[in-house]
Design a protein. Structure first.
Length: 392
């Protein structure tokens, strides 16, 4: 195996998101969906990892391992619990997190919206509502001063996946087989791209740190006569979002897997491939492939890998997966992709949405009763990679 090195100043980090780790986010749409009759969630988020109180411990783990970047998100429903009623105390919590990261030598990468919205918005328009842009802009205006010392601000997490979710819901209701990610709902995609634009306007006028969105990136593979369907799917899932990122300060890419296409569209991963959470194919080299594709379409916008990882109970396999993924990333950079950092998903074994606490993406395990954190060998391994700024 050849060694792999990364550019000087390359950032190395780990990520979380508010609803997946904080616990007690009783006032957002997901809490409501988790508790609805016949909820598709395997279990409610509950106390999650209690990171609302234990964030210092979390950041100590990141810094102690030798990483230099921590990605976390704001929880809108805490900051604006009722429409137009803002909590300075809640915003101060996140301001303390930004300061706490800096005190530990960590670059804070803060996401404004990571999937969740306040309940009041769920019941009055949701992401596609006619006044959601104005409401989001007002929230961002309130929150922006607390993020002045962040290294990067991400607007909306995975808008392309958010636009796929309603399609998956419809397919599930019709009892259709879901073989991979279907094409996003175009109205939702356009609404979310518009919301990203509103966030960027407010952030820019607030003099924010570099800002951009984070999208799901995939490797697209033609299994034979699948090129036409592949291109249509990739255009809807990636190209339109890459175009929307033109002129942004950065684009975050979150890459886990590949999608395979034949003449009839998506085909399920080969049986001999291990499939991961959500039926994803284990495909570490998707990281380099998707980064190269994005860099080709968006050569003037710096890229950050804001998520990459694997849900596995076998931590040796997490290391093997990440090693191979990073080698493919180093090759993409050597080929000319302007990538400024790598942030692993996830710091903690946390709440994996509908799959609840089943899949474990973490570099650190969390006792579900005591919340005690136990670093896995992969955390130390990634810290070593960061210190070396490369792979041996
Ligand atoms: O847990 C999620 C995260 O919230 C968004 N990106 C993918 C991760 C793993 O499924």
């Amino acid at each position: 195996m050849t060694s792999a090195t990364f550019p000087d100043g390359f950032l190395w980090g780990a990520a979380t998101a508010a609803h997946q780790v904080e616990g007690g986010n009783v006032n957002n749409d997901h809490w409501e969906m988790e508790h609805a009759p016949h909820s598709p969630f395997a279990a409610p988020s509950g106390d999650a990892c209690d990171s609302y109180h234990r964030w210092r411990e979390d950041m100590d783990l990141v810094a102690g391992a030798g990483l230099d970047t921590y990605r976390f998100s704001l929880e809108w429903s805490r900051i604006e619990p009722e429409e137009g009623e803002f909590s300075r105390a809640a915003l101060d919590h996140y301001r303390r997190m930004v300061d706490g990261a800096r005190e530990r030598g960590l670059n804070p990468l803060v996401t404004l919206v990571h999937f969740t919205m306040p309940r009041w918005l769920l019941h009055d328009g949701g992401w596609t509502g006619p006044t959601t842009g104005d409401r989001l802009a007002r929230f961002v205006e309130f929150a922006a001063p607390a993020l002045a010392d962040a290294e990067y601000v991400a607007t909306i997490n995975e808008p392309n996946l958010m636009a796929v979710q309603p399609v998956i819901g419809q397919m599930a209701r019709r009892g259709e087989q879901i073989k991979g990610l279907p094409v996003p709902d175009q109205d939702v995609a356009e609404a979310l791209i518009g919301l990203h634009g509103r966030c960027m306007e407010v952030l820019r006028s607030a003099g924010s740190p570099p800002a951009g969105m984070t999208i799901v990136g995939l490797e697209y593979i033609d299994e034979g006569h699948g090129q036409e369907r592949l291109e249509a799917a990739r255009s809807a899932m990636m190209d339109q979002f890459l175009q929307a990122a033109t002129g942004d300060d950065f684009l975050g890419l979150q890459i886990y897997t590949a999608q395979r296409f034949g003449p009839d569209g998506l085909i399920a991963p080969p049986a001999d491939q291990q499939t991961l959470a959500h039926g994803m194919e284990r495909r570490p080299q998707a990281l380099g492939a998707a980064v190269s594709y994005a860099a080709g379409l968006l050569p003037d916008v710096p890229l950050l890998v804001t998520e990459n990882g694997i849900a596995t109970a076998d931590d040796d396999d997490r290391i093997a997966f990440t090693d191979e993924a990073l080698r493919s990333l180093a090759a993409a950079i050597a080929d000319g992709a302007d990538v400024r950092g790598y942030v692993h998903w996830s710091l903690l074994d946390n709440f994996e949405w509908m799959l609840a606490y089943g899949p474990t993406f973490g570099l650190v395990s969390v006792d579900r009763e005591t919340f005690a954190r136990t670093p896995k060998p992969s955390l130390g391994w990634l810290g070593e990679v960061a210190r070396r700024n490369g792979l041996a």
